[in-house]
Write a protein that binds this ligand. Sequence first.
Ligand SMILES: Nc1ncnc2c1ncn2[C@@H]1O[C@H](COP(=O)(O)OP(=O)(O)OP(=O)(O)O)[C@@H](O)[C@H]1O
Ligand SMILES: [Mg+2]
Length: 223
Amino acid sequence: MLFSLEPKATRRELYDRDRELNELSGSVDRGDRIVVVYGIRRVGKTSLVRAFLSEARHPYVLVDVRQVYFTEGSVSANVLVRYVLDGFREFMGRRDRLWASLRDVLRGIDWVRVSPGGVEVRLSRRSRVDLTELFRAIDEWCEHNSTRFVIVLDEAQYMRFSNIRYDGVLAWAYDNLGRVTFIVTGSEVGVLRDFLRLRIPRRHSSVGTLRRFTWIDSIRMPA
Ligand SMILES: Nc1ncnc2c1ncn2[C@@H]1O[C@H](COP(=O)(O)OP(=O)(O)OP(=O)(O)O)[C@@H](O)[C@H]1O
Ligand SMILES: [Mg+2]
């Protein structure tokens, strides 16, 4: 086999994606709120984003929306909340102080129970998990800690399989959250474009399409 099938995870492993990596980190550092990475299947979207995350100073969560859809059957808000909180906890694992400060912010949200052992999302039938509240809490936390939070929605077009209007949630986040960057990738370009119908204004956002490699590149590419 010529190539490993797994997405790559560092800049060093990536063949000829320095420019794209720099653009991606430039967009996030500039404070873009939504960054869209289009690209056909297997072109290297996940690898690019992972390599970026490995270098970024920001706390982040990567949600593989396609995997969520195929394992859960739909992309419910409860599941997304879990992913975001788990990712946060994982990132904060080694930084107890930061985690404690997030817990303080989350205390205000009644569907999240904060205990010494960590954070638990209470999913009673009646209490609807409100993603926007969670995102707002994260934004507030970032404000206090002078940082940005990056939420990657990999293969985001699967978010249309939900009873939640995520396009509306993203539009709301764009309008209201200054400290959160959503990196949205998608291989079904037309579908994602339709899904993101939200008029992503040019300000505070960027959109790129990953170019394909030629066969010469494939020969030169390390395994
Ligand atoms: N720049 C690169 N250099 C070397 N290998 C790469 C590069 N980009 C991607 N690959 C390899 O190509 C394959 C596909 O990459 P990746 O999974 O990141 O693509 P993708 O666009 O996210 O695919 P999918 O549409 O299936 O989600 C993987 O085996 C990965 O290791
Ligand atoms: Mg991928």
